[in-house]
Design a protein around this ligand. Structure first.
Ligand code: 6PG
Length: 250
């Protein structure tokens, strides 16, 4: 990979979630002490759910200044927030409903009858919040991502046009599992973050992870997240790391 990532391995999914919550908390405190605000974009899927639950408990819940924290979503499935497939819905249940965060600090992706309307609206949300002028990109303090066995990240799937998007901050796509319309932040946004943290758990991701970290010609979507002006961390559990060379096992 071009930007040498930091690889952190934990023994099991529980320890992975614990470390992820710690890194989230540290990023929040660091950003808030430096500039009074913390902006984070979170992903969907199952892996971040445990981290979200831990953030809603001690020691994190009372340590993080939630009133200075703004939570955005990296991607969303176009289903109602009440649906089990909703990324916002899951985070609402695990985290948002349990922490003292003002409503105005929570920025879910809108679910519209036309996905393109939703992506345009969320792009406007980003432009307004980050006060972006033409051609500027938002700079999140932290973006938390996952990967699929096909190498996707966010809702950026192999072979799709969205991967080559250079202008838009958010686009609509169709695909993945569940195979529904989705909204996703684009690579320029992901790559402009101060810190990108990938969370990867489970033996079924081991081959994909090995390819992503070791074969730069594979061109999986997740490999195109390089955090060019920031830091890139891969937080992995032992099963997901099982195909990596032993020098990575720390
Ligand atoms: C989504 C995602 C997606 C996810 C990975 C990993 O909404 O589907 O944001 O990119 O992070 O598919 O998902 P798991 O954590 O469920 O393996």
């Amino acid at each position: 990979m071009k930007n040498n990532p930091k690889i952190i391995i934990r023994d099991d999914p529980d320890l992975l979630a614990k470390e992820a919550a710690k890194l989230f908390s540290e990023a929040a405190l660091k950003s808030i002490s430096m500039k009074g605000i913390f902006t984070v974009a979170v992903s969907g899927g199952t892996t971040p759910r445990h981290m979200h639950s831990l953030l809603a408990k001690e020691p994190h819940i009372s340590k993080i200044p939630w009133d200075k924290t703004h939570i955005f979503w990296v991607d969303e499935r176009c289903v109602s927030y009440a649906h089990t497939h909703s990324n916002y819905g899951a985070a609402e249940e695990d985290l948002i409903s349990k922490i003292p965060i003002p409503d105005a600090n929570v920025h879910p992706m809108p679910v519209e009858p036309l996905p393109e309307t939703g992506s345009d609206k969320y792009q406007d949300t980003l432009i307004e919040f980050f006060e972006l002028k033409q051609g500027m990109l938002p700079r999140f303090d932290l973006i938390v991502l996952g990967i699929g066995t096909d190498g996707h990240t966010a809702s950026l799937f192999p072979g799709q046009r969205a991967l080559d998007e250079k202008e838009k901050l958010v686009v609509s796509v169709k695909g993945g599992n569940p195979d529904v319309s989705r909204l996703t932040m684009t690579l320029p946004v992901l790559n402009n973050a101060m810190e990108v943290l990938f969370l990867v758990s489970g033996e079924q991701k081991a081959d994909t992870l090995k390819t992503i970290l070791e074969n730069e010609h594979a061109l999986f979507p997740a490999q195109r997240v390089q955090a060019v002006n920031g830091t890139l961390k891969w937080l992995i559990d032992r099963e997901a790391a099982s195909k990596l060379p032993s020098r990575c096992n720390f």
